[in-house]
Design a protein around this ligand. Structure first.
Ligand SMILES: Cc1cc2nc3c(=O)[nH]c(=O)nc-3n(C[C@H](O)[C@H](O)[C@H](O)COP(=O)(O)O)c2cc1C
Length: 445
């Protein structure tokens, strides 16, 4: 991508002459505010919420204020490029769409639009269309609302990775990895920081977990290994006895949602035990808390794709991951959704980068080990700061979900273009022509 800043900026100002405002706000707070007004309370809480008292969510943002960019003058930056190379593939910019589960919440749980669960599943297809237009990779979530094969079909030739939640069932993990390879994924991202769900107070206070209503479990429902587990569960189940609990409207809604999400006709699903058994099975096999670094070898043996570990916040964990076969590191605290009062993700980036560079310095002939970053990126200046601290690329999270809620694929594209435009203009004003030239020398102190 060349000089995208001026292009996007001029197009917004030109449209303004005709009285048109941007499809989605360019200011991060206005963007979040507009999305909050559009989404239902449960959807907003799930997407925006973090753990406990929300201190990590806040810390992630505050940390960016502590690293200041230094503007530089009289450098020829007339031709700027955001292009970069990651895992051997050239990308138009060092930006990926981070894995976001239960994405349907952004499009189906909208205020004033009624209808839950039964609406068409168009969240990942919208994301995929935007990503394809921009040429930026999508990290497809294990908790997606669309089977990965369908998302891959919409993506066409555009790059995609697969994010794995390491289930307690080996056959299911193997099946996910095999399907990801067949779907053209170019890397496996294994998320380590969510082997149990964090204490998410905004969801807890609403008693709301999307997966309990079969939202965000499309990868599982479409998986042969998972279907086998559900069959076994149904076969082993004793017939339901009489229950004294009185059915509530919420329970009926949940049941309808499960039936609507399950493969096959909703009416038939309502009369059979499979839809409910699938949710129970998912809740049983979602993750395992017994994993240790030694287990990484098991995954490493099952795929030829690069394996990146997501959720690293300590240099020792980065070193251990590399020692056990990881091909890349994603510095992330899951957007503050897991541990309250945790260290800001950005504060851990520099030390992890140093550890990884020192580690790979021991093997200069080996392939470069990418260090990616997420948690708190809202603007192009934020991307610049993360790159300056040594990240090779960043994952965008909540901002593009807000764009999706506001304007579908156009919204995702617009939010991303705004971030890229500001990155480009920040580079111009900091005297940098190529993303590869951004470094700690661009920061104060
Ligand atoms: C609604 C939502 C769902 C998410 N689902 C996943 C997921 O399925 N897998 C995963 O590895 N990370 C998931 N994440 C974490 C993101 O990949 C990313 O780490 C986080 O959003 C970064 O924080 P930020 O959005 O505040 O920048 C999710 C984040 C949000 C907001």
């Amino acid at each position: 991508m060349r000089n995208i800043g001026r292009t996007v900026q001029s197009s917004i100002y030109r449209s303004g002459v005709y009285g048109h405002r941007p499809v989605v706000p360019t200011s991060p707070d206005a963007l979040a505010d507009a999305a909050r007004r559009r989404m239902s309370r449960t959807a907003w809480s799930y997407v925006a919420g973090g753990a406990g008292a929300q201190r990590t969510v806040e810390a992630n943002r505050e940390a960016f204020g502590r690293y200041r960019i230094v503007p530089r003058q009289m450098v020829d930056v007339g031709q700027r490029s955001l292009t970069t190379t990651l895992l051997g593939r050239e990308l138009p910019a060092p930006v990926l769409f981070g894995p976001v589960g239960a994405l349907e919440l952004a499009v189906q749980h909208q205020r004033g639009r009624g209808g839950r669960g039964a609406a068409p599943r168009n969240a990942e297809p919208a994301l995929a269309r935007a990503a394809r237009d921009l040429g930026l990779p999508v990290v497809i979530s294990s908790q997606a609302s669309t089977p990965m094969e369908d998302t891959a079909a919409t993506l066409g030739d555009s790059p995609r990775w697969f994010q794995l939640y390491w289930s307690s069932d080996d056959a299911l993990v193997e099946s996910f990895v095999t399907r990801a390879e067949a779907s053209g994924c170019e890397a496996i991202v294994v998320t380590l920081d969510t082997h149990v769900l964090g204490w998410r107070t905004m969801d807890l206070d609403l008693g709301y977990l999307p997966f309990a209503r079969a939202e965000g479990i499309a990868q599982y429902l479409s998986d042969p290994a998972f279907q086998k587990l559900v069959e076994e569960r149904v076969r082993a189940a004793t017939p339901p006895g009489t229950t004294s609990a009185r059915p509530t409207i919420a329970a009926v809604r949940s049941l309808l949602s499960m039936a609507a999400h399950h493969p096959g006709p909703t009416l038939r699903n309502l009369t059979q035990p499979y839809a409910r058994a699938a949710v129970e099975t998912f809740l049983d096999v979602f993750s395992r808390s017994t994993l240790t670094w030694a287990d990484l070898a098991w995954l490493r043996e099952r795929t030829t794709l690069p394996v990146l570990v997501k959720g690293i916040q300590h240099p020792d964990d980065a070193r251990a991951a590399l020692d056990h076969g990881a091909d890349g590191i994603i510095v992330s605290n899951h957007g503050g959704r897991q541990v309250d009062n945790a260290v800001a993700s950005l504060d851990t980036l520099g030390p992890v980068v140093d550890a990884v560079r020192a580690h790979s310095g021991a093997d200069p002939a080996g392939p470069p080990v990418p260090v990616l970053f997420d948690s708190g990126i809202r603007t192009g200046a934020d991307v610049f700061t993360a790159l300056a601290l040594g990240a090779d690329a960043v994952l965008l999270g909540r901002p593009w979900v807000y764009g999706l809620a506001l304007a579908g694929a156009d919204g995702v594209r617009a939010v991303t273009e705004h971030v890229l435009a500001e990155l480009d203009l920040t580079m111009a004003l900091a005297g940098v022509a190529e993303t590869g030239q951004i470094g700690r020398h661009n920061l104060a102190g």
